[in-house]
Write a protein that binds this ligand. Sequence first.
Ligand SMILES: Nc1ncnc2c1ncn2[C@@H]1O[C@H](COP(=O)(O)OP(=O)(O)OP(=O)(O)O)[C@@H](O)[C@H]1O
Length: 273
Amino acid sequence: MKTVSYPKFDLSKRKLGEMPLEVVKSSANSAEAINIAHLGVHYRTQEALRDVNCIIKPGRLTGIFGPNGAGKSTLMKAMLGLVPASRGTVLYHGKPLMQQLDKVAYVPQRSQIDWTYPATVWDVVMMGRVKKTGWFRNFSTVSRQVAKSALERVGMTEYSDRPIGQLSGGQQQRVFLARALTQEAEIFCFDEPLVGIDQKTQSVVFQVFGELAAAGKIVLVVNHDLGESITHFDDLILLNRDLIATGSRQQVLTEDNLSSAYGGKVIYFSDAA
Ligand SMILES: Nc1ncnc2c1ncn2[C@@H]1O[C@H](COP(=O)(O)OP(=O)(O)OP(=O)(O)O)[C@@H](O)[C@H]1O
């Protein structure tokens, strides 16, 4: 019998007053949820997602959770049109999200990135500005400043000239986080950003996620760790091919929901106040 447990935790604190000014100021531009209705995905004969309905709200850090093979990455990819949906809709501002990918910053799983690609940290971070600047055009002073400040924010300034293949897993993750920041998107999607990273990177990552959410962005993260890190999330989408539950962390993390998703007996320590 499988047992899933996670520890008692404190509610994560997020104070607007502690946010950098530029993040707080940009809070007005994305006060609209993503609306997912009846989403289904098939890979050849296999049904990976079945009739998923949920809302992903701005200003909240939302986690997609579930066991291996539950369809977490598939949900994120289907939302962005990276895998075709067999049915259903994903709307943002009333229009298909796939038609508004210029508003999205997406960081795929580490395993999908070619770390041997001959690029420095600076090159990778500047790639986040390509959509705004266009290929084969010189980056503006503003773009350089945005990239510089993104690198500072993730604590990677001193590695600017380093080839990305020569960084640790945690450093690589921070570089891709910086690249996402330079896109100045409304919607941030991260697929398994916590895999194989050190404690320092984890705190940087959650600090930045928290700032983005506090600034009114949509921040969606695929994760499978039911440990202490789950306490950082405001809302959860719990999957196991079907949608098991969605809503605030406290609403979703019930013994019944965890048992439906993971099977077997679940040891659950509530963090409800
Ligand atoms: N390109 C593909 N072709 C065929 N089947 C696929 C493909 N991608 C995923 N699958 C299958 O679809 C199901 C859902 O996969 P997905 O990667 O979305 O799950 P996940 O919850 O993200 O898993 P994990 O936690 O292991 O990363 C799995 O059974 C997987 O084997």
